[in-house]
Design a protein around this ligand. Structure first.
Ligand code: PLP
Length: 422
């Protein structure tokens, strides 16, 4: 109650703006993810690892645009990108060298990707992946996992009613090796695709069990099913994506978020034979059009971002810092004697209530889950730490060691105040 009262008092201007926005935007915003009670703060601007809201508060940014804000607010990078755009202009109405450049970087980094198609979001990349799998196999059903998030139109268990999916969905249980194997065997003639996040992101940063993912690989190969790794969120966890760390090669990989250097971007990549179905020089080549697919801002943003700033070394170092933070938060929770654990991989993590091993989103349910999330969120927000209402914590390339230590101290403080109530 106190945290809610403090929050309301601190954020009067945000509330006024939120109410104004509700007149013309259903729910006050265009992104379902951004709503939380009592109302979200309105962000005015960003600088390095800081965000500033409408009431003049300064936050350390641990949302990092839900993993897309990997670069932080990097003025030098933005100048590099804008200067390059300035040399070329926008809307070139033809192929441009930057789409080849960005595709080259992606194909070099990701072992399983030999060709790429660009689009405008992670959702679109997944829709494209499913459409390609359907065309390649002539089978109409996709195996998805309960609690998975593959984009605004491909949600399998988040809050709110899901929008319709353009392929029949068979829903399996994440990390259930035997159950899923049996489900695939039973439906092998209808299954054209398996789409899976190698770590469930929105579902709570739940790592895929390597045995489970390996089983999906084997079963997909056996039964002419296209295995799609949705690495929209996880590709930043290792230079060649989480698949590199796991040593598993999917047939198709969807990418997005940071891949356009902060501009709207999605990409689908994979095996030559599948991706070449988009080659219009072939008879019956698949038509995949889109005005902004090769837009110069995203292509330049991505090639400069990946080429110069999020290099392989930068990726390894950022994720090592994330691992350290997660270990430290788990130690703090243990020392405070609270039933809190932090799951995740590298620079992307999520605290949960309950000490049982979490293998699927069902394991996250706890009688005090909503209270825990609300208290942690508002406590951190009221003290200048911008965190996601569902608890997601990410590091970005502008997060400093001091920022991380400050976060650890505030997390400890939070557990000391509220730990007993959990
Ligand atoms: N897939 C995963 C795993 C995601 O985390 C997201 C976004 O959060 C998406 C797909 C959708 O990407 P976008 O928001 O760019 O449409």
């Amino acid at each position: 109650e106190d945290e809610v009262a403090i929050y309301k008092e601190r954020n009067a201007e945000s509330l006024a703006r939120y109410e104004r926005a509700c007149r013309v935007l259903p729910g006050g915003s265009t992104r379902a993810t951004l709503y939380y009670p009592p109302f979200p703060v309105v962000i005015e601007r960003g600088e390095n690892n800081f965000l500033f809201d409408a009431d003049g508060h300064k936050y350390l940014n641990f949302v990092g645009e839900y993993t897309a804000g990997l670069y932080g607010h990097n003025e030098e990078m933005l100048r590099d990108i804008l200067s390059e755009i300035g040399k070329r202009g926008l809307m070139l109405s033809g192929p441009n060298i930057y789409e080849e450049k960005l595709a080259d970087i992606i194909c070099t980094r990701f072992q399983s990707i030999s060709k790429v198609r660009f689009c405008n979001s992670g959702t679109e990349a997944n829709l494209l992946a499913l459409a390609l799998a359907r065309n390649a196999t002539r089978k109409e059903t996709a195996l998805v996992f309960k609690g998975a998030y593959h984009g605004g139109f491909l949600t399998f268990g988040a809050s709110g009613a899901p929008l319709n999916v353009p392929m029949k969905a068979l829903i399996g249980a994440y990390n259930d090796v035997e159950g899923t194997r049996a489900l695939i065997e039973k439906n092998k003639d209808e299954l054209g695709a398996i789409i899976v996040e190698p770590m469930m992101g929105s579902g709570g940063c739940i790592a895929g069990d390597p045995v489970f993912l390996e089983m999906l690989r084997t079963a997909a190969s056996e039964h002419d099913i296209v295995l799609i790794f949705d690495e929209v969120m996880t590709s930043r966890l290792s230079p060649g994506g989480l698949q590199e760390k796991l040593g598993i090669e999917p047939d198709l990989t969807s990418l997005g978020k940071y891949i356009g250097g902060g501009f709207s971007c999605g990409a689908l990549g994979g095996r030559d034979e599948l991706m070449s179905m988009f080659d219009l020089r072939r008879e019956n080549g698949l038509s995949h059009a889109g005005t902004f697919n090769n837009n110069i801002a995203s292509m330049i943003g991505g090639s400069i971002g990946l080429g110069k700033y999020f290099t392989g070394e930068a990726c390894v170092s950022l994720n090592a810092r994330g691992d350290k933070l997660r270990e430290r938060l788990n130690e703090i929770a243990k020392e405070a004697n609270t039933p809190v654990q932090v799951t995740g991989i590298g620079s992307v993590m999520n605290p949960h209530l309950g000490l049982e091993t979490i293998k699927s989103p069902d394991d996250i349910n706890h009688p005090n889950l909503q209270l825990f999330r609300m208290l942690m969120h508002l406590h951190m927000m009221n003290r200048g730490f911008y965190v996601a209402s569902r608890g997601l914590i990410t590091l970005n390339l502008k997060s400093t060691d001091d920022d991380i230590e400050a976060f650890e101290r505030e997390f400890e403080n939070f557990l000391q105040i509220y730990g007993a109530a959990l």
